[in-house]
Ligand binder design. Structure first.
Ligand code: HEM
Length: 379
């Protein structure tokens, strides 16, 4: 027997954890089962280190690390990246429309019927880069889902549902993006494409918010909880109404996305009506947020996010007025579209934070699988 292995076997004899290698006779809860799996993996790592003679402080092999269980901090990072990309793809998508690059690549999935990738022309590149942004967005959503399903500690139904919804939504968006190109930018599809992005941002915010707790989150119970949920839902519905009116304004406005290729794209033709409703709705929403902020102020802290929301609404209204009064310059419109997505993100966070709280129950057993040194120290 190699000296390293002999030393390892000797060290394992009398090891209080060696019992966990054998299958436990009684049923244990998920947290305990997971902790046992972690320890088994740490011992596997030690065996490899002993056989190869390499340092025992090495981390577990990548395959072991990839299969989890993952620390809550890893889930927090992964869901945060997935959320950021949901917002970022709104920016790249709006850039395509506002630079008139919508049919820069007139075919799907290849750029043209005869060419897979774009030539070095601005409209083609902008359109294609937006398509390419789908790849990291989908990868980030899939990674976040994988981590949420293989998290250390108690089973997190909230994280599993939230992260799976995000993956599903990205696939729906990919299909809508393809339809947008194939049907040559119909305003109905472009509008739905934006609205689905907005809903996806909410799913990603929910997952990211839930990943900040070491136990599943559930709706706040009791009368106070119901009031907070109602306030959150009303606020989101009011903002959604403003956003839908904005999307209708855009669908009637001059930025159809085809300016670069000169194609004529149908418009809804209700610009003045839509913009009037949209702007009035925006001011009403500002009043609502001011009222909510002062209501929350009388009931204690948790005001930071509402304060950020207030600033973003004021900025959004200023951008809206500037663009409307200056013939809709595309740079300002882009800022308006992207800030709308950010505003929705923060509003979702405020509503989810008010409506949900951590449930009673087991917390995450560990923050990370133990390293070999930890396993040895525990003996
Ligand atoms: C809470 C405040 C506001 C929100 C959340 C908001 C949101 C939006 C959204 C989501 C769009 C559609 C983006 C797209 O489909 O790509 C839009 C478009 C538009 N908004 Fe607002 N908006 C707000 C305030 C205002 C105000 C006060 C005005 C002033 C008149 C305004 C003027 C416009 C115009 C003219 C468009 C069409 C731009 C285009 O042609 O693409 N918005 N807004």
């Amino acid at each position: 027997m190699a000296p390293g292995v002999a030393a390892f076997v000797a060290a394992s004899a009398g090891n209080p954890h060696s019992a966990v290698v054998a299958r436990p006779a009684t049923r244990v809860d998920t947290g305990e089962r997971c902790a046992q799996r972690c320890r088994r993996r740490a011992l596997d790592t030690a065996t490899i280190a002993a056989v190869t003679g390499q340092s025992t402080t090495r981390r577990a092999p990548w395959r072991t690390r990839l299969s989890g269980p993952y620390a809550p901090a890893t889930a927090r990072r992964a869901t945060g990246i997935a959320l950021f990309l949901q917002w970022f793809i709104v920016l790249t998508g709006a850039t395509v429309r506002l630079t008139g690059s919508g049919l820069g690549c007139p075919n799907w999935p290849t750029c043209t019927k005869t060419r897979a990738v774009p030539e070095l022309k601005a409209h083609e590149l902008i359109e294609f880069l937006n398509r390419m942004t789908t790849t990291p967005t989908l990868i980030a959503a899939l990674v976040s889902m994988w981590i949420c399903w293989r998290l250390a500690g108690p089973r997190r139904r909230d994280l599993r549902i939230g992260s799976s919804l995000v993956v599903f939504g990205v696939l729906v968006q990919a299909a809508l993006g393809a339809l947008t190109v194939i049907l040559e930018l119909p305003p109905e599809i472009v509008s739905v494409h934006y609205l689905v992005s907005i809903l996806l941002i909410s799913a990603a915010v929910f997952t990211w918010h839930a990943s900040g707790f070491d136990r599943p989150i559930g709706l706040v119970r009791g009368a106070a909880g119901r009031t907070r949920q109602l306030a959150g839902v009303l606020m989101l519905l009011a903002l959604l109404a403003v956003i839908v009116a904005g999307v209708l304004t855009t669908a009637s406005g001059p930025h159809s996305g085809s300016a670069g290729t000169g194609e004529v794209v149908d418009r809804f033709g209700i610009f003045q009506l839509a913009v009037t409703l949209h702007a009035r709705g925006a001011y009403a929403f500002l009043v609502l947020v001011v009222a909510l902020t002062s209501w929350r102020a009388r009931r204690g802290p948790a005001l930071r996010d509402l304060g950020i929301l207030l600033v973003l609404v004021a900025l959004q209204i200023a951008l809206g007025e500037v663009q409307y009064r200056n013939g809709l310059p595309w740079g300002v419109v882009l800022a308006h579209v992207v800030n709308a997505a950010l505003l929705w993100l923060v509003a979702s966070r405020v509503a989810i934070d008010a409506a949900y709280e951590p449930t009673a129950g087991p917390t995450s057993a560990r923050t990370a699988p133990p390293t070999h040194d930890e396993a040895v120290a525990a003996r």
